[in-house]
Ligand binder design. Sequence first.
Ligand code: ME8
Length: 516
Amino acid sequence: MSGKPPFYITTPIYYVNDNPHIGHAYTTLACDVLARFMRLDGHEVMFLTGTDEHGQKVEKAAEEAGIDPQSFCDKVSENFRILSKEWNFSNDDFIRTTEPRHVESAQALWRKLRDADAIYLDHYEGWYAVRDEAFYAEDELTQGSDGTKLAPTGAPVEWVKEPSYFFRLSAFQDRLLELYDSRPDFILPESRRNEVKSFVAGGLRDLSISRTSFSWGIPVPDDPDHIMYVWIDALTNYITAAGYPDENGENFKSWWPALHMMGKDILRFHAVYWPAFLMAAGIGLPKRIYAHGWWTSEGQKISKSLGNVIVPSDIVARYGLDQVRYTLMREVSFGNDGDFSHRGAVQRCNHDLANDYGNLAQRVLSMITKNCDGQVPEHGDFTAEDSALMAKAYGLLQVSRDHLDTQAFHLMLQSIWNVIGDANRYVDETAPWALKKTDPARMATVLYVLAETVRVLALLTQPVMPDSSSKILDQLAVGEGDRQFDRISADHALTSGTALPKPQGVFPRYQNDEAA
Ligand code: ME8
């Protein structure tokens, strides 16, 4: 044990009415990068993803596919597991809300809420959008071009009238506002926190939390005419996977609370409803709710009707996996909306990866092969420039920790690329190829400094680009056991005389460059 606190991170669980798209891949990728970073930094990590399988939307999709809901869920859920493999996601668990462990957990939470008098039986009459699986008030609706009523998200709504259990959400307004004030980084980014605050300050209505007009859901304990509203069922997955209802078990105590990552569209469920449920049940609150932005494609909103859905496996086939992982994490200030374009992706592949990073590693390793017998060179005394470059590289670990503490992936990558830029300038300024004749000992020192800098860079790019970083580390003969972040210091610097394998390029240029 490292003595560092355990780290629990979750993606939303994805509806199985749809196949994976870039939105799913993006949320899970961000979690994967954090999970990998924290593991490399010596934390025990639980990284959870999974599928949200109940509710009217999934029931309808199964009906349309002409199969029973459970077989439908089994089939589509598998596509999300395949996405995890294809994108090299390192999730430790994959939860499905139709699993017995989850049904037990959701029913236990329900009983707890009922026993705390946070639930009462009444009738619901109002608007419901199946696409969002959300209830809306009349004054939130807009008119579609054909006069139909639409949710603020653009989803069609229908009038629902049925008996329903309610959660006393209105009783939690003050406690929620207090929470947002006392823990300013509970919701990030800050602009989103302000949105949530003003929503809650505007007043909260009690929340309908059961349905009787269809049956694809978890039965309400002791009242099987009702099934749970899909969001109370879905949110509970986060504690199920940590061992709930065994609240006093070792698992739950060590993992909970979690950092929840999601897209901005589902922030309200996570930042308002979920903490209120937990408060009512006397369970600790999440560590953080982070809502990231949305992607457009070539400047356009992504939608099935426009036919511009970005399929995760397509972009990986086109640009390469690590190239796509890097592009998505670098292209946008995390938290903001962003645009995925072919031109942007090619620029990242060719400029940042092939030219800047790849070329640095390749140049250094080839010069070592040619001029230093393919061994980590001997070095003499370091000049101020040598030491400055290596110190800046070592310093990146703390810089990266600080950025990832607020999920600023783009800033971490910018800082790493600053050092890549410094290293490339150092190559040009020291001109080791010219030193070969004039001062071979100095050449060896320069190449040592560069190889050591590349080692540190490759350790730090592991969370974002696991395979490519591993290839670079292989070429520097850094063993599997020496790839944790505690090796980022001069004490673990490369050992002169170590034989290195023949270097190979790691980041090919994107050819067939119609955008250039
Ligand atoms: O909401 N860009 O499931 P879901 C970025 N089951 N992110 C996007 C996006 C885009 N264009 N489109 C969608 C659900 N997303 C619930 C969650 S959690 C207890 C239950 C994101 O399959 C979106 O913001 O609709 C969300 O985080 C996820 O992809 C889609 O989730």
